[in-house]
Write a protein that binds this ligand. Structure first.
Ligand code: SAM
Length: 327
């Protein structure tokens, strides 16, 4: 079992498989001039398999595959097949922009992978294209509907961006009311590849809830697991639920059960903190994985108490992009 220095059990890992993405969401990356790492700095699929196996051996029972866009990686299914074979790994989830997932949906089902988070920050085509700087609206909607129809647990992640997509909050709830999905509204975080930094946000989770309440006053609070980052509700008459994720306000750190491994093998114990270890060379040179295990234990044993303390650990937090951290 992985237990951190604040007595929190870590059983959930977010594993980034690439830093590349085929969209250019303007709150995540600059339009051009992104410093993607060289291929040989990325963990290979075999190395990702080893890291995942070690983590599962240490008590991790949930792995979320993220990126970059995970499906940009052509050999992703090789990794997913391996994860599906790991005893003790009860939950394999994927976070995707849903542009490239189409050809893999059938096999994901066969592998028993059910939980798919789709990042979608607009219901309106023009807003989608402005935010993502790409022309993938139809593909995303087609794949989203297919995932829902095929019975996946789909959660839509919608980052509320001041001046960009707030007008889509109510329409996306109106469209999704007919589907069994969770629509989760996230606060914007200061990880956008350095193009913009900020200390406050207009659309914090309270402002989002107030806005929704003005249109849909009749909702109930749902019970959520203690480690859930989202506060979840159901509007009367809606099949969908909605959630609020205070990722900038950071109200959930006390029960944080997650660890992040970037595509280059950095171990990140808090989104706002700096990497605590790097696993790439260790896994590349190791025969029995011991050094990797030790590095993970060391990182988990020196976690910041919360995202504010972590942010205080370094001044470069605003330079990072979520495409290298994995969200
Ligand atoms: N490509 C996949 C996707 O689109 O979901 C996975 C990687 S993406 C970096 C993971 C998540 O990070 C997405 O939901 C994205 O919206 C979120 N994200 C990226 N930059 C963010 C920021 N500045 N603030 C909040 N969330 C951000």
């Amino acid at each position: 079992m992985l237990i951190d220095n604040h007595n929190r059990t870590i059983n959930y890992v977010r594993l980034a498989v690439t830093d590349r993405c085929n969209l250019r969401c303007n709150y995540c990356m600059p339009a051009e001039g992104i410093n993607f790492v060289k291929n040989d700095q990325l963990l290979t699929i075999e190395e990702l398999k080893s890291v995942a196996s070690i983590l599962v051996g240490q008590g991790v029972d949930k792995i979320r595959i993220t990126g970059g866009e995970p499906f940009v990686r052509k050999d992703l299914m090789v990794l997913l097949r391996h994860l599906a074979s790991l005893k003790g790994l009860n939950d394999i989830s994927i976070t995707t922009n849903a542009t490239l997932i189409g050809p893999y949906i059938d096999e994901l089902k066969v592998l028993g992978i059910k939980n798919i988070n789709v990042s979608l920050d607009a219901i309106d085509r023009a807003t989608f294209e402005r935010v993502t700087r790409r022309n993938q609206y139809d593909t995303v909607h087609e794949n989203l509907i297919r995932l829902i129809a095929e019975g996946f647990n789909v959660r839509i992640n919608f980052i509320v961006l001041e001046g960009q997509n707030e007008q889509d909050i109510i329409p996306i709830l109106k469209v999704m009311k007919h589907y069994p999905v969770a629509v989760r509204f996230l606060e914007e975080m200061p990880f956008n590849g350095g193009s913009k930094s900020f200390q406050t946000i207009k659309w914090d989770y309270k402002a989002i809830l107030k806005h929704i309440t003005n249109h849909f006053p009749d909702y109930t609070l749902l019970k959520s697991p203690i480690t859930s980052t989202s506060i979840n509700y159901r509007i009367k008459g809606h099949q969908s639920t909605f959630g609020l994720i205070p990722s900038f306000s950071r109200t959930f750190c006390g029960s944080c059960n997650r660890l992040r491994i970037t595509a280059t093998g950095d171990v990140i114990t808090c989104l706002y903190g700096k990497p605590k270890a790097n696993l790439r060379d260790l896994v590349r040179n190791s025969t029995d994985g011991r050094e990797v295990e030790q590095a993970i234990l060391g990182a988990v044993g020196s976690r910041a108490k919360n995202g504010f303390e972590a942010q205080g650990e370094h001044s470069k937090v605003f330079d990072s992009s979520m495409t290298s951290i994995g969200g």
